[in-house]
Every structure is written in structure tokens, then in C-alpha cells.
Design a protein around this ligand. Structure first.
Ligand SMILES: C[S@@+](CC[C@H](N)C(=O)[O-])C[C@H]1O[C@@H](n2cnc3c(N)ncnc32)[C@H](O)[C@@H]1O
Length: 287
């Protein structure tokens, strides 16, 4: 005997599917309008506002409470990442990596652009003499490296043994020129120092193949045409709790590194995409 699905259950499941599709469609249209209508600077301002509201990254929040991830601990224990010394940490959030690195014995100079998180970061840093925290972005780091002042002017010139671009923070630079400028600034600020970075990898969870997703490309092209602007690059997106982001393939990260004179001496996709970059001259000399 086969059991039939009652008509009311069928209707409920159909209605549920329709609601889900409408919500995904609305989110897709919202993202594409925001991407088409906002400049790189405006996207950065939105990201700072989005992350300021994300208290998961501050003391008392679950992400902060998690402490260092296992892959971060493993990276910090992998040469050429030094076993001690001074670390420059960007995109530091509310101080999760700051607290972890300090507990491992590093002296940390950190910065974070979202004002509420920068405040939490400063409170964490105040418990570690010799460490510093500043409210600033990667654009401010590039500015300081060029000798153009700004909030990070006072921290360039110190010797750094390593650089950490905080968890996935590189992915929040959606402008390719800003990413290249950041990577180019690092050897000027921390010559010879390895760089640990992490990023959002390709969206390979299958959602990008859904029916709703099929309208993204034509909508993207249509909005660009209507506004006379360039269509956003593939892999750029927006999420209400994560702001604007760029997904990268491993090859894109390695090309970005190579463009600034770095080589990836470690590059893992799992459990979270991350790489340790070393200056190419240092890697060649070690051979
Ligand atoms: C996923 S959160 C991680 C926060 C912190 N590193 C942690 O792991 O708890 C990404 C961080 O990147 C920061 N970020 C976004 N855009 C940035 C930019 N242009 N310059 C520097 N940091 C940025 C965000 O404000 C946010 O704190």
C-alpha cells in the first residue's frame, strides 16, 4: 500500500518553495542594485557599518570566544612565520587574533576600520603593554606606506617580523586596484616579513546553480548598461552580515602575491582558504 501526500501538505510545500524563491530573488536584486550603485569608497563605508553591528567578533561574542582557529595555530607554527616577535595585524575585528597572538607571546600592532569593533580591539590591546590598536583600514595602511600620513602614520617604521591580514579581511577589498596597492605596500612596511592571509574561496556549495541565480548575469549586465558603469567582477557579492566581498580562486591569490614579489610557501583550501606568503627574494636565497 502506497501512502499519498495529503493535498494540504502538498499546498504547504509549494507555498514554502514560492516564499523561499521570492526571498532569494529579493536578496539577489538587492545585491546587484547595491553593487551597481555604490563606488568602492561607499562599499567600504557600508562594510564598516555592517561590521560595527557584528558583535560576534568582540569580547562576549561567539567568534571572539572561539579564540584562534586550528588552521591559524598551525600557520603560526609553520616557518617562515616566526615563533616570536612583533606582528602587524590588519582587519583585526574585536581582537580575536590579537588575544590569541598575544597569548602565544607575540607583540601585536593591530588596526580595524569598523568603529565599534576598533573600540573593542582597543580595550583588548590595553591589557597588553607594548601592543597597539588603531581604528584604520587597509587604504590607511597604503597611505601611510606612501608617506601620506593618516591614522597609521605612527605605526610604519617599526620593525615587523610578520604580517597577518585578519580572517578573510582581504576578501572585503572588492576593488582590484586596492588589493594590489595593499600587497605592494606590505614589503615597504615589513620588508622580509612573511604574510598570513585568508580569503573566501569559490562559491562551490551549489547555490549558484539555482533557477533564481540564472537572472544574476543578465541583471548585472543590464544595470551596468543603464548606469554606464563597468559590471562587477565575477565573485563579488554582498551579505547583510558580511558586507561586500570578493571570492577568489587559489590561482587569483597566487597571481596577486606574485604581482607584489611574494610566493605562497603554504596554501591550503581546507578547512578555510589561507596562505603564508614570503618575499620571493627570501625564498630564492633559502634554496
Ligand atoms: C570576518 S571579519 C574578521 C574579524 C577578525 N579578524 C576576527 O577574525 O574575529 C573581517 C574583518 O575585516 C575587516 N575589514 C573589512 N574591510 C576592511 C578594510 N578595507 N580594511 C581593513 N579591514 C577590513 C572588517 O571590519 C572585519 O573586522
Amino acid at each position: 500500500m502506497s501512502t499519498t501526500i495529503p493535498p494540504w501538505a502538498r499546498a504547504l510545500l509549494l507555498a514554502d518553495r514560492a516564499v523561499h524563491s521570492s526571498v532569494r530573488l529579493a536578496a539577489l536584486v538587492r545585491t546587484e542594485i547595491l553593487l551597481a550603485g555604490l563606488s568602492a569608497d561607499a562599499r567600504e563605508a557600508v562594510n564598516a557599518a555592517v561590521f560595527s553591528a557584528e558583535d560576534t567578533y568582540a569580547p562576549g561574542g561567539p567568534t571572539f570566544a572561539h579564540g584562534l582557529f586550528a588552521w591559524e595555530r598551525a600557520a603560526f607554527a609553520t616557518a617562515p612565520f616566526p615563533s616570536s616577535g612583533r606582528v602587524l595585524l590588519g582587519g583585526a575585528g574585536g581582537g580575536r587574533e590579537f588575544a590569541g597572538l598575544s597569548a602565544l607571546g607575540y607583540e601585536v600592532t593591530a588596526f580595524e576600520p569598523a568603529p565599534a569593533l576598533a573600540e573593542a580591539l582597543a580595550a583588548v590591546a590595553s591589557r597588553h603593554p607594548g601592543s597597539h590598536a588603531v581604528c584604520a583600514s587597509y587604504a590607511d595602511l597604503v597611505r601611510a606606506a606612501r608617506g601620506d600620513g593618516g591614522p597609521l602614520a605612527a605605526i610604519v617604521g617599526a620593525p615587523y617580523d610578520a604580517v597577518v591580514l585578519g580572517w578573510a579581511s582581504l576578501s572585503h577589498l572588492t576593488d582590484p586596484a586596492a588589493r594590489a596597492a595593499l600587497l605592494a605596500a606590505l614589503p615597504a612596511i615589513a620588508p622580509g616579513a612573511p604574510v598570513l592571509l585568508s580569503y573566501l574561496g569559490p562559491d562551490d556549495d551549489g547555490r549558484a546553480n539555482g533557477r533564481v541565480e540564472r537572472i544574476r548575469s543578465p541583471l548585472r549586465r543590464g544595470l551596468a548598461l543603464a548606469l554606464g558603469s563597468a559590471a562587477p567582477a565575477p565573485g563579488v557579492g554582498f551579505q547583510p552580515g558580511a558586507g561586500f566581498y570578493q571570492r577568489f580562486s587559489a590561482g587569483e591569490i597566487e597571481a596577486l602575491a606574485a604581482g607584489a614579489g611574494y610566493t605562497a610557501v603554504l596554501h591550503e583550501r581546507e578547512p578555510y582558504p589561507h596562505a603564508i606568503l614570503a618575499p620571493r627574494s627570501r625564498v630564492t636565497a633559502a634554496r
